[in-house]
Design a binder for this molecule. Structure first.
Ligand SMILES: [Zn+2]
Length: 275
């Protein structure tokens, strides 16, 4: 495979951003099953997930516009057709998650859903999409999430939970795959919650309180399969080699709470409290 010719990546893809090694978002990943009828179709740095339903496909997040061809290829490698995407759900308004929306929608005619909070913020502050220097096709969502009304397509249902903090409208997704509960926190990064960033973004310090409150709420959900909005958050790519018939290495009820607890401790430190 072509990616074997590339230099090896560090264990933590985020090191690439700070140390200037091979750009991990340009490295393809063979798509893999993370749960029943649920697949990873992102690249080596940012996640995208395909949910198969009885009435077409749901795509959660789109990666970046220059890398969107990797998403198309991943979907095709799984034996699906990108034209069968009926719904695109966006976790949050940063470029690495919604940069590919326009191309994917043009190819499929899919409806696009995101949070009203993030849509409003990206209209007011397009600089906060962080698309600067990258191609970015504008789009408008077809509908906004409503946490009281699960997103439904065919025989699948995805519950959304507004988990603000990383952005004002970061949204997390929870859904059954077979008899297992999958959880995808839409954005855990604390890089947008420091004093300097909040000031630049015109956001109140209470964004940290919002982040913490939402974290404490979703940590109680009995998630059995944790999906990373970036796979490195929970070491997903490293587990691909452990996939065997009858063994799903992503099925581990012990991941969700410690993953969130780590971020809870970090935001509390940022808030000057004892963790
Ligand atoms: Zn982000």
């Amino acid at each position: 495979m072509s990616r074997k010719a590339l230099p090896p990546l560090p264990a933590d893809p985020f090191e690439c951003l700070t140390q200037g090694c091979e750009r991990p978002w340009e490295v393809d990943v063979d798509p893999f099953e993370v749960a029943e009828r649920t697949y990873y179709v992102g690249n080596n740095w940012v996640g995208a997930y395909l949910v198969e339903t009885s009435d077409g496909l749901i795509l959660i997040d789109t990666t970046m516009q220059p890398q969107v061809y990797l998403v198309f290829e991943a979907i095709r490698k799984l034996g699906f057709a990108p034209e069968d995407i009926k719904l695109i759900l966006i976790s949050h308004m940063h470029y690495d998650h919604l940069g590919g929306v326009r191309a994917l929608r043009e190819a499929s005619g899919a409806r696009v859903m995101m949070s009203r909070e993030d849509w409003d913020f990206m209209q007011a502050r397009p600089d906060m999409i962080f698309a600067e220097g990258y191609p970015f096709g504008d789009f408008e969502p077809d509908a906004f999430f409503d946490d009281d009304v699960p997103v439904r397509l065919g025989d699948r249902e995805i519950r959304t939970v507004l988990t603000p903090g990383h952005t004002p409208g970061t949204t997390s997704f929870f859904f059954d795959a077979g008899d297992r509960l999958c959880g995808l926190h839409g954005g855990v990064g604390l890089n947008t919650l420091g004093d300097a960033f909040l000031e630049k973004a015109g956001m109140p310090r209470s964004a940290r309180d919002d982040y913490l409150a939402a974290m404490l709420k979703v940590r109680e959900l009995p998630v059995e399969i944790t999906l990373g909005s970036h796979p490195g958050q929970v070491g997903m790519i490293e587990k691909v080699g452990d996939i065997r018939p009858g063994h799903n290495p992503f099925l581990d009820p012990g991941i969700w709470k410690p993953f969130l607890d780590n971020r809870i401790a970090q935001v509390r430190a940022l808030m000057g409290e004892e963790a």
